[in-house]
Design a binder for this molecule. Structure first.
Ligand code: DQA
Length: 163
């Protein structure tokens, strides 16, 4: 059975009462329950970890090599600041999917950049609690089917101008 490490970053322990207008009323326990159900259907096993400390998240990722087949992470505020977490994801050879409850691209400018995304296999953002489920499904498909081939760059289409 493939093993997935789920990492929830800072302040996500406060979900349910934290800025409900942005993050909804769902608690972290409910999200973890959704993930367990989804994991059971997909035949995956899960370990869940939440931390408000960057170094703990870095250490958790660093110790995952050889023990986990995939990582599902919401790095929360560290998404936008943490070179250390990005380097940890790059250092281990474990496919990692980044998820966000809110659409980070529709929010303040400082949230538009993810330092983690270039080291991840993909990112899902903006679907509330469903982002996690979609992220886990994406990871599951990836583990079953291998990497998705990137679409071949096709020759530029002829337009009236460049004909
Ligand atoms: C978040 C988005 C981040 O910008 C923010 O700092 C969070 C939560 C999300 O899930 O929408 O803590 O990662």
């Amino acid at each position: 059975m493939k093993k997935i490490l789920v990492i929830h970053g800072p302040n996500l322990n406060l979900l349910g009462r934290r800025e409900p207008g942005v993050y909804g009323r769902t608690t972290l326990a409910e999200i973890n329950r959704d993930l367990s159900l989804c994991a059971r259907k997909e035949g995956l096993s899960l370990e869940v970890f939440q931390s408000n400390h960057e170094g703990e998240i870095v250490s958790k990722i660093g110790s995952a090599d050889g023990r986990f087949d995939g990582i599902l992470i919401n790095p929360a505020a560290y998404t936008h600041t943490s070179v250390a977490i990005r380097d940890a994801v790059s250092a281990v050879s474990i496919p990692t999917v980044e998820v966000h409850l809110s659409n980070i691209y529709a929010r303040e400018a400082f949230r538009h950049q993810s330092l983690i995304a270039p080291a991840a296999v993909g990112q899902i953002s903006g679907f509330g609690r469903v982002s996690y489920e979609l992220g886990l499904l994406a990871l599951s498909r990836r583990l079953k089917n291998g990497a998705v081939a990137h679409a071949k760059k096709s020759a530029p289409r002829k337009t009236r101008k460049n004909k």
